[in-house]
Write a protein that binds this ligand. Structure first.
Ligand SMILES: NC(=O)c1ccc[n+]([C@@H]2O[C@H](COP(=O)([O-])OP(=O)(O)OC[C@H]3O[C@@H](n4cnc5c(N)ncnc54)[C@H](OP(=O)(O)O)[C@@H]3O)[C@@H](O)[C@H]2O)c1
Length: 340
């Protein structure tokens, strides 16, 4: 008897940092994957074709998230969609609407509408703890959970366009699911670190390069919430496969201050400059977040030490830590809040 066809899912923005690990995971679990990319012929997406199982079960579709017809073509015959594509700008945003807000918010709506029109059963949307943290009404010191939403107006007032975009996009996704009877589950990762599959560096990895190489700006000794990119991929698949998953899931298992991160690296890699950091203790000023909801679904993330040490080892191998021309060391604008 012929075996049944593999379950088919779509991943938007398939060539990005998080999405590449998700595509890899899905292929390893036997899924057929439709990955959307803006330019299938761009060498920056070539790594996808090298993944195990890609030849048999991966198809690339050309789609900007602002092009609903292209998205509709990509989700045909898919039972599930992982909406990952959204700008994570490393540079200062000059035109918030076109650079961040529209691709995040209209892009999400387009994906959801394409899903409704093509009988997709379940959509997992990648949001961010950026859509959780910025809530001035939350009691100081109380652990933030999925009931905490960033205040979109405050984000806009502060010109924090990434946070505004992620908050409005997630609100839009949740509301769309409720109104249209589509199962929409959202996952909110904190800062994602760990090895890269894609050839070009992304914004959160650039932050770590800056900390290790020691950029010119002094950083605050802030507590960073970090999660391994491989654990984010696991979380996305877990919430997809568990029929009982619903609502949002914070994905932020670890917290470490800049100084403690530098000290951890120095034990195994003493020879880098590392960033200079103030000695203030910000712990009590910044409420912790909990990932208990995701853990109670069965999520079991790696230790923070494993994530950070695998990451620096990968950076060394890939040459990201070299000095000189062609090896920049800049603090992405999105993280400027962490410097004086
Ligand atoms: N990295 C983190 O620390 C972090 C933390 C929390 C949440 N997230 C979320 O995780 C997701 C992936 O981020 P990442 O860290 O993997 O960053 P990334 O590597 O920069 O990936 C972003 C992806 O979005 C795609 N994209 C952007 N604008 C698009 C558009 N108009 N149409 C189609 N695709 C578009 C990019 O495609 P191109 O390659 O064509 O530009 C890229 O594939 C995002 O939703 C982000 O908000 C990331």
């Amino acid at each position: 008897m012929a075996s049944p066809p593999p379950p088919r899912v779509c991943v938007t923005g398939g060539g990005g940092y998080v999405a590449s690990w998700l595509v890899k995971l899905l292929l390893s679990r036997g899924y057929a994957v439709h990955a959307t990319v803006r330019d299938p012929s761009d060498p920056k997406n070539a790594h996808l074709q090298q993944l195990d199982g890609a030849r048999e079960r991966l198809r690339l579709f050309k789609a900007d998230v602002l092009d609903r017809d292209a998205l509709a073509t990509a989700v045909v015959a898919c039972e599930g969609v992982f909406h990952v594509a959204s700008p994570v700008p490393a540079d200062k945003v000059l035109d918030p609407e076109s650079e961040v807000l529209s691709p995040a918010v209209k892009g999400t709506l387009n994906v959801l509408q394409a899903c409704s029109a093509n009988n997709v059963q379940k959509v997992v949307v990648v949001s961010s703890t950026a859509a959780v943290y910025f809530n001035p009404s939350w009691p100081q010191g109380r652990t933030k959970d999925e009931s905490c939403w960033s205040d979109r107006d405050l984000c806009i007032k502060n010109e924090n366009w990434y946070c505004a975009a992620k908050t409005i996009a997630e609100e839009t996704a949740v509301e769309y699911g409720e109104k249209n009877g589509l199962i929409v589950v959202t996952v909110c990762p904190c800062i994602v670190l760990g090895p890269l599959l894609q050839p070009l560096i992304n914004a959160s990895s650039e932050l770590l390069v800056y900390i290790i190489k020691g950029g010119p700006r002094v950083l605050k000794n802030l507590p960073w919430n970090i999660v391994d990119v491989r654990d984010v991929a696991d979380a996305l698949l877990l919430v997809y496969e568990k029929v009982e998953s619903s609502g949002r899931y914070i994905c932020a298992p670890n917290r470490i201050s800049t100084n403690n991160m530098v000290n951890l690296f120095k034990k195994s890699y003493p020879n880098y400059n590392y960033v200079n950091c103030d000695n203030k203790d910000y712990e009590s000023e910044i409420s912790p977040v909990t990932s208990e909801k995701l853990k109670s679904l069965g999520w079991n993330p790696r230790t923070m030490e494993k994530t950070l040490l695998d990451n620096i080892e990968y950076f060394e191998k890939a040459g990201f830590l070299r000095d000189g021309e062609g090896y920049p060391c800049r603090l992405p604008h999105i993280f400027h809040f962490a410097s004086d």
